[in-house]
Design a protein around this ligand. Structure first.
Ligand code: 9EE
Length: 263
């Protein structure tokens, strides 16, 4: 499977401009043979939780979703996006959704681990485990940004069978330890491939790191970007090309019934 990750700078609340960037990326990804495009957290409206809370209506979110479903259908590419929920501003979370290349919605997820006071003031946390769906011979899971830094969240996707975890993100502040240490560890300890698509540039007063990356089941980078806008296109290894005997099978070996009583 060939996948693509979009790394761009969104303009706060400039929905048409930001979705046009996704549309351009979808066209470019499809022309390069990608079957799926992953886009960053809250990209349609930009990573501006407070402004979203105050100014984005459920109608605008619905319009964004409908446009993104059309892009998946018209460009013929599966699409993972992240938007506010469609509920009232005081009832919604941060979501990630997956549509197939016919524009059919396959999975929805609400971010469980909100990050910082601004997100917590603007959104409600989800309380459901990550969805895992079977598509084109792969089992795909969804998480959002801060979720992926928690071993429990990635483990929840892995025990539900996820082989490929798609993570829209908004990582700012030069947190090199996240793509450099935490993400490879999450991939290795669960034997899964992890795709992490970030904003880049300055948005809403934050400087985003970029550094979007795809990591294989042994934590090896299969592709990565720097700090500039770009489209990362990666051919995923066939599932038979496992992480290799050298890697311990943590998922298989873990004594979950024992650990559960300790945590
Ligand atoms: N949007 C987010 O969840 C940001 C997470 C940043 C976590 C970190 N370690 O800086």
């Amino acid at each position: 499977m060939r996948i693509a990750l979009m790394q761009q700078t969104a303009r706060p609340l400039a929905l048409e401009h930001n979705i046009d960037l996704i549309d351009d990326a979808a066209a470019q990804a499809r022309s390069q043979g990608a079957q799926l495009l992953l886009t960053p957290e809250l990209f349609g409206f930009g990573y501006v939780p407070e402004m979203i809370r105050a100014q984005v209506s459920p109608k605008q979110v619905e319009a964004a979703r409908s446009r993104l479903l059309s892009i998946a259908r018209e460009r013929g590419i599966a699409l993972v996006w992240s938007l506010p929920g469609t509920e009232a501003p005081d009832q919604r979370g941060i979501t990630a959704e997956l549509a197939d290349d016919h524009g059919e919605l396959l999975a929805s997820y609400q971010k469980v681990q909100l990050f910082g006071p601004e997100e917590r003031a603007a959104f409600l946390p989800g309380d459901q485990p990550p969805p895992v769906i079977h598509w084109r011979g792969r089992r795909l899971g969804l998480l959002v940004c801060y979720d992926v830094e928690f071993p429990e969240m990635v483990r929840a996707a892995a025990v539900r069978g996820a082989e490929l975890l798609m993570v829209p993100t908004a990582l700012a502040g030069d947190e090199a330890s996240v793509p450099g240490i935490l993400l490879p560890a999450r991939a290795v300890e669960n034997g899964i491939t992890l795709a992490y698509a970030n904003h880049c540039g300055t948005e809403g007063g934050l400087i985003f790191d970029g550094r979007s990356v795809v990591l294989g089941p042994a934590g090896q980078p299969l592709g990565q970007l720097g700090a500039e806008p770009g489209l990362l296109v990666v051919d995923l290894p066939e599932l038979s090309e496992g992480p290799g005997a050298a890697t311990a099978d943590y998922l298989q070996d873990r004594r979950a019934e024992l650990h559960r009583g300790w945590l």
